[in-house]
Design a protein around this ligand. Sequence first.
Ligand code: GAR
Length: 210
Amino acid sequence: PLRIAVLASGRGSNLAALIAARDAGTLPVEFTLVASDKASAGALRLAEAAGIPTLALSPRSYPDRRAFDLDLFARIADSGAELLVLAGFMRIVDGAALEPWAGRIVNIHPSLLPKYRGLHTHRRALEAGDAEHGASVHFVTAELDGGPVIAQARISIESGDDEDTLAERLLPLEHRLLPAVIALIAAQRLALGPNGITLDGSPLTRPLNL
Ligand code: GAR
């Protein structure tokens, strides 16, 4: 199994989906650590219940962002993780901390990237009058939500939708998307190389629709 660590700031429903897929036998991974910048994160409680080691670090205990990120990512490396999954991690990560993880860190983001990097993605899709919305899983680089996109899931925006209805319809798709991408990486079918993403040895020219 691929050794993975998960970073999450909140509720942890995407972590729960990963654990469920592991338990169902569709995701051959071993969880080395679930870490958070919030001691109260639901994700930490889910991990404890699943018998996964947890770590909570407070950014306020560090002089600056870089010091926090370097310590956090060093501890994640110490856990033995080969891949780091950001599942609702709500902080920007310093480039120096990301460097050792190049090609080994993925994030799920609730928009059809490159649209709507950053926060309030549902609101921004509505305000733009988009007909479609979705979620993306991408390799993480120092550019916020700007790394190569691996796969996306789409929903159509209906009249009457608001931020809550969009989030509610999108979430179950996120819960399929993230484990599906990690499964491809675990099977060594998908990777980030010097010339971009490859799937089964061929360049991925556009994000997968999962
Ligand atoms: C998910 O919708 C995820 O896409 C989003 O946070 C939510 C976490 O939910 N991520 C971001 O906005 C990253 N900037 P969860 O804690 O229930 O998995």
